[in-house]
Ligand binder design. Structure first.
Ligand SMILES: [Zn+2]
Ligand SMILES: [Zn+2]
Length: 289
């Protein structure tokens, strides 16, 4: 039996509702599912309530999240996604408060950004960007609004002239570091796993990945996403070797987004994902520490 430990719903940038996603997983015969929406946990409660109305006591639904963090690579801050899993249910209240703070920060930044754009003479409202970006509303969504209104010819131009670090409307935002995020997940009773290591800004350099993982293990990393839609068989094998070497729990999933990424199927990814039930069992057993 297989499971899928990396999925998105319409509570972040997927297209299925949490209940539809549970139904879809059951249809496909999956043994379990973790919903890992970006920076919020809202889908879990909805999915859990829906599952309780069905007579499927053996289907294993795990509470999860995908956090946007930053880490330093060759002197530059780059984005790294971190998966968090809570095998005993929901994270602690202090973690929920931290998430709420991050959301407030993001909203503040968006309001300051819109103000700067208006000061430059563009009629751009936060609500317009939010109708595109929802929970994850940020600069790319402002860029789309600017292009749709004819203020710029392309997304690239919007970034180059206004939204990028050198742009006239640029506003910095506080993004948590990877190390802080690993700590927050662990303190709240969760398991922290590096998402899709193939997308780290060190590419296929296994020696660099090894060095990177060594640093994260020192600050408490528990797990590594071995299987993912973007991983070749060779890459996944190398990750399983590294997971073993650092005693990290292997995790894996499709990174399903519904119609927003139609080539990626739930449970199967691009045909390259096949996450055994024991990965989920491993996460469940980790809570006994
Ligand atoms: Zn990601
Ligand atoms: Zn994802």
């Amino acid at each position: 039996l297989i499971v899928d430990l990396h999925t998105h719903t319409d509570q972040s940038d997927g297209t299925m509702s949490p209940s539809e996603l549970v139904d879809h997983a059951l249809e496909l015969g999956l043994a379990g599912l973790a919903i890992t929406d970006h920076d919020n946990l809202d889908a879990y409660k909805i999915a859990k309530a829906h599952l309780e109305t069905l007579d499927r006591p053996h289907f294993d639904l795990l509470c999860g999240i995908e956090l946007s963090t930053k880490a330093e690579f060759s002197g530059r801050q780059r984005s790294v996604h971190l998966l968090g899993y809570w095998p005993t249910g929901k994270p602690s209240v202090s973690f929920l408060n931290w998430l709420a703070e991050l959301r407030t920060d993001r909203e503040d930044r968006n309001h300051r950004l819109a103000e700067r754009l208006r000061a430059l003479g563009f009629d751009v409202q936060v609500e317009e960007a939010r109708s595109i970006g929802r929970y994850m509303t940020g600069r790319p969504h402002f860029a789309i609004v600017m292009r749709n209104k004819g203020y710029v010819a392309s997304i690239e131009e919007a970034f180059k002239k206004y939204l990028g670090e050198e742009g006239a409307a640029y506003v910095d935002r506080h993004e948590p570091t990877l190390a802080e995020s690993i700590g927050r997940v662990r303190e709240s009773g969760g398991v922290a796993s590096i998402a899709h290591p193939a997308r780290l800004p060190i590419g296929n350099d296994f020696v660099a990945i090894e060095r990177f993982l060594e640093k994260q293990v020192d600050v408490g990393l528990d797990a590594l996403e071995v299987q993912h839609s973007d991983h070749s068989a060779e890459f996944a094998y190398a990750m399983s070797q590294l997971a073993e070497r650092f005693r990290l729990l292997p995790t894996g999933g499709s990174d399903f987004h519904g119609e927003n990424k139609p080539s990626v199927k739930l449970g199967r990814g691009r045909g390259n994902v096949h996450v055994p039930e024991k990965y989920l069992a491993g996460l469940r057993s980790k809570t006994a520490r």
